[in-house]
Design a protein around this ligand. Structure first.
Ligand SMILES: CC(C)(COP(=O)(O)OP(=O)(O)OC[C@H]1O[C@@H](n2cnc3c(N)ncnc32)[C@H](O)[C@@H]1OP(=O)(O)O)[C@@H](O)C(=O)NCCC(=O)NCCS
Length: 193
């Protein structure tokens, strides 16, 4: 299945504290506020932003992906303030296999409050809902256990450790691969999981 309108696979998603919505160029200052933090960038494949120009370049890249209906990220808006505090979205989508990989990052000011768990749950529900996916995966560096905790809390299971799978900031790193299948999700939703 090919979606010709990116809104079909990336509508706004609301949760109690968050609104997942498409980014706009107006979000540059918010993105820069947390993306300049080397601790936020440590375990992701992008470098900490050195100027708001880096944040604008990221937004232009994301807007181009929306326009071209390519896998992209939502901005995570904290509803109470309207600020963008992170992103979550698809690294890739394989429509033939009904499979996708999700990645995310969050401002350090908001860590350990269950925010990413809330966001990932919404993206998984949407993936198995209107996107009709069968397999959703995510991976994290072994040195980033908080991300593994988020995946487990969302019902993902560890598939295995992939040795030297990524080249990140000058070195090869091991990652844990997690996945949730439609049947796991349905069993949980029916209270049998
Ligand atoms: C990883 C990240 C997304 C987590 O988001 P978050 O909103 O803080 O996650 P949550 O609050 O929903 O859950 C975090 C869990 O990790 C646990 N945790 C935190 N630090 C930990 C550590 N050093 N070791 C083990 N578990 C840890 C927390 O206790 C919590 O689990 P609990 O609810 O069972 O107590 C966030 O820290 C982040 O964006 N980091 C920078 C970017 C990044 O690493 N992205 C992921 C790339 S794979």
């Amino acid at each position: 299945m090919i979606y010709t309108d990116s809104y079909a696979y990336m509508p706004d998603l609301d949760t109690p504290r968050l609104r997942l919505r498409k980014l706009t160029m107006h979000d540059a200052a918010d993105i820069y506020r947390y993306s300049r933090d080397v601790e936020v960038a440590r375990h992701v494949l992008w470098e900490a932003h050195r100027s708001i120009g880096d944040s604008r370049a990221y937004l232009r890249y994301m807007l181009r992906r929306y326009r071209n209906h390519e896998p992209a990220s939502w901005g995570i808006e904290y509803r109470e303030t309207g600020a963008i505090i992170g992103t979550i979205g698809y690294m890739w989508i394989q429509w033939d296999n009904s499979a996708a990989e999700i990645g995310y990052s969050l401002s350090r000011d908001y860590w350990n409050r269950g925010i990413m768990t809330e966001a990932l749950r919404a993206v998984i529900a949407h993936g198995f809902g209107s996107m009709n996916l069968n397999h959703i995966e995510a991976q994290h560096e072994l040195t980033n256990p908080a991300s593994g905790a988020v995946m487990r809390k969302c019902g993902m299971q560890k598939e295995g450790t992939l040795r030297s799978r990524l080249f990140n900031k000058g070195r090869y790193v091991d990652v844990d691969l997690y996945a949730i299948l439609r049947k796991d999700y349905t069993a949980k939703s029916n209270g049998r999981g």
